[in-house]
Design a protein around this ligand. Structure first.
Ligand SMILES: [Zn+2]
Length: 331
C-alpha cells in the first residue's frame, strides 16, 4: 500500500529518468478520484496524500510521504537527497564532529557528576571523583593557553597533567583510574573517540605491607604520648627509667598467653575471648549470652585493668621521685 509497484505506469518515472540519471527524489500528489485536481500530479494545495518518487542506482520507487502536506513531503525528500549526496554526508559528519569538538570540559564534568549521582554511587566515591576532576579543571585553567574544551585534552596534554602529579604511587594510580573512567564516559557520550588517559601507563600501586614500627617511629609515638598527658608536663622525660618503662608502654594485641605482664594477659583474654563472645552473641541474636559471657566479662576485665594501671602509675611516679639525678645525665 505504501510502496507502489515499481513497474506501475507513471509519467513521472520517465521524466525523472530522462532529465536526471543521477539519484533523485521528487514529491507528487496521488489524488483521490473525486479530487478536482486529479490530473495534476504536482498540485500542492489539495488534501490528497503526497508521495515521493525516488530514483537511485537505476531503480525507481514510489514511497508514501505519509503526509498530506506538500511542504512536509518536500522536507522528507530533502533528507533523502542529502543521504545520496556524498558531500552532504561529509558535511553532516563534520557537523557532528565539530559539535563534539566544541564540548566544554566543564559541561562534560557536570554530566559525569550527574551520571554518578543517578547511578547512586557512594558519597565517598563521588567525592574522590569530584576532587580529581576539580584538579583537572584547575590545571587546565592555569595553562599558558587555558584549556576549555574536552577535545583539547589529547594524549600529550593529559600526559603533561599526569606528570605533574605528586603523592604516593597508590594515590596516583587510583587517580589515574578515575581519570580513565571519566574519559570512558565521554567516549560513551560520543564526545571523544579515544581515551587519552588510557594511552598513558599507570604507576604501579605500592604493595601496602603492614610493617612493624621502626625504633625511631616507636620513640616518636611514645614522645607524643607525653604531649597528650598533662600530668607529665614539666617532668624530665629523658631518664633511664622512662626508657625502661617504654618497653611496655604499648600493649601488643598480637600476643596471647605469652603476653609479658598479667595486665596484658588480661587484655588478651578481654580482646580475643570476651569481645568475641559479645560480638558473636549479638550476631546470633542471643542477648543473654552476649551480655553475661561477653559484655559483662569485658566490664570486669576493664575494671581489673584500670585498677592495675592505677597501681602501675603510682609505682612509676614514686620511682621517678626517688631516682638519682645523675642517672638522667646518662642519656
Ligand atoms: Zn487532490
Amino acid at each position: 500500500m505504501l510502496e507502489a509497484v515499481v513497474d506501475a505506469p507513471n509519467p513521472l518515472a520517465q521524466t525523472a529518468r530522462a532529465v536526471n540519471p543521477s539519484p533523485s527524489v521528487s514529491v507528487y500528489t496521488r489524488h483521490k478520484n473525486n479530487c478536482s485536481k486529479n490530473s495534476e500530479p504536482y498540485w500542492k494545495r489539495c488534501n490528497c496524500m503526497k508521495y515521493l518518487y525516488v530514483y537511485c542506482d537505476g531503480r525507481s520507487r514510489q514511497i508514501s510521504a505519509k503526509t498530506r502536506s506538500w511542504e512536509k513531503a518536500e522536507q522528507t525528500a530533502q533528507k533523502i537527497r542529502a543521504s545520496f549526496d556524498p558531500a552532504s554526508q561529509l558535511q553532516q559528519q563534520l557537523e557532528a564532529k565539530s559539535e563534539a569538538a566544541r564540548m566544554e570540559l566543564i559541561v562534560a564534568i557536570n554530566e559525569f557528576a550527574k551520571e554518578m549521582a543517578r547511578l547512586n554511587r557512594e558519597d565517598a566515591t563521588r567525592a574522590k571523583y569530584r576532587l580529581t576532576l576539580s584538579r583537572l579543571q584547575a590545571w587546565c585553567r592555569i595553562q599558558a593557553l587555558p584549556i576549555h574544551l574536552l577535545s583539547q585534552l589529547d594524549v600529550p596534554t593529559v600526559r603533561r597533567w599526569i606528570n605533574s602529579w605528586e603523592g604516593a604511587p597508590t594515590t596516583r594510580h587510583n587517580q589515574h583510574q578515575r581519570v580513565i573512567t571519566f574519559f570512558n564516559f565521554c567516549i560513551e557520550q560520543g564526545w571523544i573517540k579515544e581515551n587519552p588517559a588510557k594511552k598513558i601507563r599507570k604507576v604501579q600501586p605500592e604493595q601496602e605491607e603492614t610493617l612493624p614500627f621502626t625504633p625511631e617511629q616507636y620513640d616518636a609515638l611514645l614522645e607524643a604520648t607525653y604531649d597528650y598527658d598533662s600530668r607529665r608536663k614539666g617532668t624530665n622525660r629523658s631518664t633511664v627509667n622512662s626508657r625502661r618503662v617504654r618497653a611496655y608502654s604499648f600493649p601488643n594485641l598480637l600476643t596471647f598467653h605469652d603476653a609479658p605482664t598479667s595486665i596484658e594477659q588480661k587484655l588478651f583474654v578481654m580482646y580475643l575471648e570476651h569481645r568475641m563472645r559479645a560480638f558473636q552473641g549479638s550476631f546470633h541474636a542471643s542477648p543473654d549470652y552476649a551480655l553475661w559471657y561477653g559484655w559483662s566479662e569485658m566490664q570486669r576485665d576493664l575494671t581489673e585493668i584500670k585498677e592495675q594501671a592505677a597501681e602501675l602509675r603510682r609505682a612509676h611516679a614514686a620511682s621517678i621521685k626517688t631516682m638519682p639525678r645523675s642517672e638522667g645525665a646518662l642519656q
